[in-house]
Design a protein around this ligand. Structure first.
Ligand SMILES: Cc1ncc(COP(=O)(O)O)c(C=O)c1O
Length: 497
């Protein structure tokens, strides 16, 4: 339960079941003796509100399916004094300046029951339609592909259920206007201080699609594209499968983890090198590149006249002490040659719903990108759009709770590796729920990936799939319940012993 005292009143939010119904309740109480004067039961099936629930208890139903949370906070903002008078309370309502933030906080809390992160057990994830839990036999714990094992944010679950319950699954409104561009621009400004016009935003079905499309539309076969391995495997695919030339400039392993080799970047490729594919925050190393590092990349990209495709899908998963700097936000000059690709899918764990956004640094970039007929890219599902909206508009409290759980898992992983995995080295990720374990000193045969799969029954991601320099490494995904993480780590430690 959460509560906010504002003057003579206290707002109280609770999530509860009531018979076959349930959901969020907002109570308005008298601060002194706790008497309840108003109650808003924003329940899933039959939302309603109570006038004087402790006395004459007059109940009014709300329209099912309407946004009861928004209605409740708007009504109280509009006329709390009137509601209190009707309930029979002789209390002065707080001034608007105090009431409004408390109502905002109460509305966010109503929308976001905190999930039980510990509830996930192997048996509760199987059978699964997702590849994470279906790729390997049942005795294998999957800590590989970048999905999380947590309950989805309640606002997302609600929009999905609402659409399905009403069979509201017809053609999506895209390309007619949605509010996703405005929402994207507002959120980027609020969280990362990056301003751009909503008209520069395009909805895609996924980030990798945006990367392939950019390569296809802005370069020609045999042009060079710079990629800095180790890197998320589709970066290679978007170059090779479109018959471009891979210009590799490997990251270098310094004392604090992977760093960009700026001298190498200045010299890589030739005058047919046209673009750089950047991953920030970086998968698999977990680096959240510093502003100075990004500025060095930007300077080179400008000097060499490259397009930059910045994959920033992990932007919201940056750990305390580090920050996400959107590459395009560095300067108007670099923004003008950058296409940023991002999504809610990683941080809010809805990759199966296929929705992402591209943010173009100029109208011309957007025009050329969209030169690929829309039907080649394919349509975007309504549920993906609705879920992106629910994530970015209403689910930040879920994300805060998820980040706290992930940070604790990350700290735990650091401890366990230090104490139980002698010889394995890793730099704790600055971002992402992925850790890149350097097992080279152990010479695990036939490879660390196969060793842990066969000897520990734990599926990790195989280092070499991230390109040159990945031999001897595995990537572990720690976005799972502590129970599963512990079991996997224990199995791995036992195999090593
Ligand atoms: C860096 C990076 N980019 C893109 C993706 C995939 O994005 P999408 O499913 O939107 O193509 C991932 C998934 O793990 C990723 O780590």
């Amino acid at each position: 339960m959460s509560s906010w005292a504002v003057g003579a009143l206290t707002l109280e939010v609770e999530h509860r079941r009531a018979g076959s119904d349930g959901g969020a309740t907002l109570r308005v109480r008298e601060t002194g003796d706790g008497r309840e004067w108003l109650r808003f039961d924003c329940f899933e099936r039959s939302p309603h509100w109570h006038l004087d629930p402790a006395g004459r208890d007059e109940i009014t139903r709300l329209e099912p399916g309407a946004d009861a949370f928004a209605w409740t906070s708007a009504e109280l903002r509009r006329d709390l004094a009137g509601y209190l008078t009707r309930a029979g309370a002789s209390l002065a309502p707080p001034p608007d300046a105090e009431l409004a933030p408390a109502l905002d906080a109460a509305e966010r809390a109503m929308r976001n029951p905190i999930p039980d992160f510990d509830a996930v057990r192997p048996s509760s994830r199987r059978p699964s339609r997702g590849e994470k839990w279906s790729q390997y036999p049942e005795d294998v714990l999957p800590l590989w592909v970048a999905d999380m094992d947590f309950p989805v944010a309640e606002p997302i679950r609600r929009v999905l259920r609402f659409a399905v319950d009403r069979s509201d699954l017809g053609y999506p409104i895209h390309p007619a206007p949605t509010d996703i561009p405005d929402l994207t621009a507002e959120r980027m400004q609020r969280l990362y201080g990056w301003s751009f016009a909503p008209s520069r935003v395009e909805i895609l079905s996924d980030v990798v699609q945006g990367m392939y499309t950019a390569v296809h539309q802005f370069t020609d076969p045999d042009d060079g594209i710079v990629v800095q391995p180790p890197i998320y495997p589709p970066f290679f695919g978007s170059v090779r499968k479109t018959r471009r030339r891979l210009d590799e400039n490997p990251l270098v392993l310094g004392a604090n983890g992977y760093e960009v080799d700026a001298d190498g970047l200045r010299a890589v490729g030739d005058d047919r090198t046209r673009a750089l594919l950047l991953c920030n925050p970086h998968n698999p190393s977990g680096r959240a590149f510093r502003r100075e590092e990004l500025e060095a990349i930007a300077e080179i990209a400008i000097a060499r006249d490259w397009l930059v495709v910045a994959d920033e899908i992990h932007q919201d998963l940056v750990w305390q002490g580090f920050e996400h700097v959107p590459f395009a936000s560095l300067s108007p000059e670099i923004e003008a040659r950058t296409i940023t690709l991002t999504a809610a899918s990683k941080a809010f764990n809805i990759a199966g719903l296929r929705c992402a956004v591209a943010i173009f640094g100029s109208d011309e970039l957007k025009r050329r990108f969209n030169g690929l007929p829309r039907h080649i890219r394919g349509g975007i599902g309504t549920l993906g759009i609705e879920s992106l909206h629910a994530a970015w508009r209403h689910s930040e409290p879920w994300l805060d709770a998820t980040r706290a759980y992930l940070e604790a898992n990350r700290a735990h992983l650091v401890d366990v590796v230090a104490s139980e995995f002698p010889g394995i080295v890793f730099h704790p990720p600055e971002a992402t729920y992925l850790a890149w374990l350097d097992c080279r000193a152990l010479d695990l045969q036939p490879s660390p990936f196969r060793f842990f799969l066969e000897e520990a029954k734990v599926a990790l991601s195989d280092g070499p799939s991230f390109g040159a320099g990945g031999e001897g490494f595995v990537r572990i995904n720690f976005a799972t319940s502590r129970a599963i993480l512990d079991e996997a780590l224990e199995r791995m430690a036992k195999a090593l012993r």
